[in-house]
Design a protein around this ligand. Structure first.
Ligand code: SIN
Length: 547
């Protein structure tokens, strides 16, 4: 049985209205680039962000952006690596578009002033991460790639005078009588999380760029705001979501003790790209023999191997040994990671770093194409909130900021050329919200039952926890986020139960093999009676060209 999902929020009455061509929600790489390029095209844009500009997931990214730039690389190899990591569920035409347009997206960043790390010849320095057969990850500040992307795009946005509403939360879409999205109800968020000054942004297009939902787990690399708000809002607006069961766990977040909750410091895969290895407490290598690429196997393989080891041995964590890379190299190449480890009392130059897998990236999201079109006219989705099929059942490392930029450029070009018609907005129906006190119980249950390893009994127990979630008396930011997390958890439990196989980052201990009949994607939408309808989507493929 599927726990009930909120069909609408209990919205406050709007006290003002304002019109603009496009509303962009979210200020990570995808949202910022969409707004920058729309402004360049002369469209009026309002960017809404629930925190401060640029405070989303992108700013935390360490690794970088994947693109074919090296002399020994080829688009076909990047396509191939992405499809292999995606474990049979990638949308191949979308992957080919991503790979083809990735170098242009990097060129855009450079043109906007990004300071990427350079090699001795002055070209962007390239490194390798898990699942890549060539060095193709560009980075900045050593391990501060996301921060540089955010700095660059936020400066470009400010320079263009785009209107930014910070500390403003998107509540629900407004729709026309035909179901077209024609606006957004928003509210300002006070220091205490209370909602004030509710109002309606009337618009021709709403572009969701709200990022992922790592916070649905007790421990994640994602910042506090990654609560799945955009996915939940899109569902409530009638959109389909897909691939929600595929949550990527990063194998190496810093272990901070058994009860650590919330955002945990990442130890980038690029550290393994430079030669670090995973070992157990006795120094035995974990990945040697587990996969031909060993420590640089795709992330799902590494996380599942570590999780199985922890389960079998009862150990609390494994170790990442980078000591042979040397102090000077580590401090120069990974200054942020070295500082985070030292702050936690571990010196990566002299001792192995304790690490565990933690929730990192949502491969699923609002079903969309790479131009951002969703199943609802007027509603667009770009970046991690979108599910374009590029990531399949498991994202290839560092393909995500690249995807966000490629989709942002395409979505902005689409809306610059052809803005949907305007239409009067109806007053939305009144729904309900989940009380914020439910949030710790939800994330504990999701971690226990829908983590790296899952089974049917655990997922059924998760659904029961979600069913018992209390309804909020007052709508504030905490209730908006708790409702989104509850919605995400309900769909995750549903999809993970339905998919009776193991594939990519969905690993069922009671169905440990991939099954050919499951080479399909699961898409969900809300039904008018508050239920969830599911359909199976065929996977679009082209023949894999041998390397
Ligand atoms: C990392 O630096 O390991 C994360 C990169 C990514 O998630 O793509």
């Amino acid at each position: 049985m599927t726990p009930a999902v909120a069909p609408a929020l209990p919205l406050p009455v709007a006290t003002w209205t304002r019109s603009t061509d496009v509303v962009v929600v979210g200020s990570g790489a995808a949202g910022l680039m969409t707004a920058v390029r729309l402004a360049d095209a002369g469209r009026s844009v309002v960017l809404v962000t629930k925190g401060e500009l640029g405070a989303g997931c992108t700013a935390w990214a360490q690794g970088g952006l994947a693109a074919v730039l090296g002399d020994d690389d080829a688009a076909e190899l990047h396509v191939r690596d992405t499809l292999i990591a995606g474990a049979g569920l990638c949308d191949e035409p979308a992957v080919r578009t991503l790979v083809g347009e990735a170098p242009g997206a990097i060129a855009d960043l450079l043109e906007l002033g990004a300071q990427l790390d350079r090699d001795a010849a002055g070209r962007p320095a390239l490194t390798r991460e898990g699942g890549h057969s060539r060095d193709r990850i560009v980075h900045a500040g050593g391990d501060a790639s996301g921060a540089e992307v955010t700095r660059t795009l936020a400066a470009a946005l400010r320079a263009r005078g785009v209107d930014v509403l910070e500390h403003t939360v998107a509540l629900d879409a407004l729709t026309s009588v035909s179901g077209r999205v024609t606006g957004l109800r928003v509210a300002a968020v006070g220091d205490d999380g209370a909602l004030t000054r509710p109002g309606d942004l009337l618009t021709r297009a709403v572009v969701l760029a709200t990022g992922g939902y790592g916070q649905v787990y007790a421990a994640t690399s994602n910042p506090e705001g990654a609560t799945g708000d955009g996915l939940a809002l899109a569902l409530r607006a009638g959109a389909e979501v897909a691939d929600v069961e595929f949550v990527q766990f990063h194998p190496t977040v810093l272990w901070l003790g058994a009860g650590a909750r919330g955002q945990q410091a990442l130890v980038s895969e690029a550290v393994r790209g430079e030669g670090a290895v995973l070992v157990d407490g006795s120094g035995r290598r974990l990945m040697a023999g587990a996969h031909p690429l060993a420590d640089l196997a795709p992330r799902d393989v590494v996380s599942a191997t570590v999780a199985a080891h922890l389960r079998a041995t009862g150990a609390a964590h494994v170790f990442l040994d980078a000591t042979h890379l040397g102090r000077e190299f580590l401090e120069r190449r990974f200054p942020g990671i070295v500082a985070a480890c030292r702050a936690a009392g571990v010196d990566p130059a002299t001792e192995p770093v304790p690490v565990v897998p933690a929730a990192h990236y949502a491969c699923g999201g609002v079903l969309a194409d790479l131009d951002g079109r969703t199943s609802v006219p007027g509603l667009y989705a770009v970046g991690e909130v979108a599910c374009t099929g590029v990531q399949g059942a498991n994202r290839l490392a560092s393909n995500s900021i690249t995807e966000g930029l490629v989709a942002a450029r395409r979505c902005a070009a689409l809306l610059a050329a052809d803005l949907p018609p305007s239409a009067p907005a109806l007053e939305p129906g009144r729904g309900w919200a989940v009380d914020a006190t439910a949030r710790p119980g939800i994330s504990t249950a999701v971690s226990r039952s829908a983590g790296v390893l899952r089974d049917d009994a655990g997922l059924a127990a998760l659904a029961a926890v979600l069913d018992a979630a209390p309804v909020a008396g007052t709508l504030d930011l905490a209730a908006v986020e708790a409702t989104a997390l509850h919605t995400v958890a309900a769909l995750l439990a549903l999809a993970a139960r339905e998919r009776t196989e193991s594939r990519g980052c969905h690993r069922r201990t009671d169905a440990p093999e991939p099954r050919p009949e499951w080479a399909v994607r699961l898409a969900h939408r809300l039904t008018p009676d508050g239920g969830v309808a599911t359909r199976r989507l065929p996977v679009r493929t082209e023949e894999l060209v041998p390397a």
